[in-house]
Design a protein around this ligand. Structure first.
Ligand code: NI
Length: 145
């Protein structure tokens, strides 16, 4: 097993425009960060995750959120059929009947980056889907070497 280096901190200096730093600091307060380091760590993790999830073979988990009008003919069947086409990629779903017309659905997905992105793109492009969003997390990001 690889040694755990999580507690070993490295320090580095950053030069950036005053205006950019002011805007960054203003954002920290709103997001309830107590210091810049923690905010910067989260930004770096988020960027690394984004880069990793771009890889076709990365093992990822995430959520696809859809909003659609269930009155559109054939829409619900099409969405279900697409999910079946992707085999075990959809591991759980939550469906909320938001109002008379709209359904909100959250699909927990797991698979390769390519499969999960492809599924999200296909679901989003179905006629009648008004909103589609994929949010990814790495399965075991920081433990992986
Ligand atoms: Ni519904």
């Amino acid at each position: 097993m690889a040694p755990d280096n999580h507690d070993e901190l490295a320090r580095f200096g950053v030069s950036l425009e005053k205006d950019l730093l002011q805007r960054f600091d203003a954002g920290l307060e709103k997001q309830h960060y107590t210091n810049r380091s923690e905010a910067l760590r989260d930004l770096i993790r988020q960027e690394l995750l984004r880069q990793e999830a771009e890889k076709d073979e990365a093992d990822v988990m995430g959520t696809i959120t859809l909003v659609y009008d269930h009155h559109v003919r054939g829409l619900a069947e099409k969405l279900i059929s697409l999910q079946h086409d992707f085999g075990g990629a959809v591991v759980a779903t939550v469906h909320v009947h938001a109002d008379h017309h709209h359904c909100v659905e959250a699909l927990m997905v797991r698979g390769t980056g390519r499969a999960v992105r492809d599924l999200a793109d296909r679901l989003k492009s179905v006629r009648g889907v008004k909103h589609g969003d994929l949010s990814l997390v790495m399965c075991c990001s920081e433990e992986k070497s």
